[in-house]
Write a protein that binds this ligand. Sequence first.
Ligand SMILES: C[S@@+](CC[C@H](N)C(=O)[O-])C[C@H]1O[C@@H](n2cnc3c(N)ncnc32)[C@H](O)[C@@H]1O
Length: 276
Amino acid sequence: MSDDEAAPTGSDEAKALVAQVFSDSADTYDQVIDFFAPFGRALVSAAGLAPGDRVLDVASGRGACLYPALEAVGPDGYVTGIDIAPGMVEALAAELTAAGTTNAEVRVGDAEALDLPDASVDAVLGGFMIFFCPDPERVLAEFSRVLKPGGVVALTIFDGDTPSKFLRDVGTELFGEQDRRASEAFDRADVLDPALVAAGFGQPVGTDVHEQFRFESADQMERWHRSHFARLLLEVLNEDQLAVYRRRMDEHLEALSDGDGFVMPQRARVTVARKP
Ligand SMILES: C[S@@+](CC[C@H](N)C(=O)[O-])C[C@H]1O[C@@H](n2cnc3c(N)ncnc32)[C@H](O)[C@@H]1O
């Protein structure tokens, strides 16, 4: 390492892990079931985008928020997506190019250090991302910096209703109680809302969004788990541990059965705040 190269910090390593897991998931992310897309539409609707707006979609993933944002801003608007996972960026960029989209771009970037000028966008979107960032306060400061006065930030969180809580229980059963990332606290409205106000935003308005997702089989739910951040747990399981996961999954699914398949309810909270 040269003298002017900084040594990696714990937070660099945490971000590298997140980038790796989401890059590895990119091909199947939101392709097994349509999970993130409905929440993305709800986020865009709550943000109240207008035709011609310039929008920044932070942590754009496979476009759950970017596509509805593009529709809302129309041909005179522009949407920039950034994501820390190169695999996500490649997959979404390829799709946009194939569709001939000219008023959107996606690139690799970090929510904690946005490569956009001050006061350059009308809205910032962040679907299910703030709790992955080691320094959420820094992220909110960056959102405020790039927003024009009067611009809106719109964020989705699970607010305590983390999907597949049983996965956490499986992790605890197999590996004992794990340290939680400190930033996970930002997945709660009682932490996020005061932090938005502390970052200089007006009083946040929160709206609950309720969705239901249908699974045909345990195999489909396992494929879904492997298509997002939960793959981090599944990848480290040996055959015996995988058998425990599958047993717990069967118990979990029994409670979700409607006789025809399995119905998983999921709540998320959309939070919108305005920069004065
Ligand atoms: C659960 S996905 C959400 C993606 C998309 N917003 C959606 O609603 O489907 C979380 C995304 O956050 C991205 N991410 C995590 N930390 C990030 C950071 N510091 N900067 C930019 N993107 C980040 C991940 O790579 C991943 O694509």
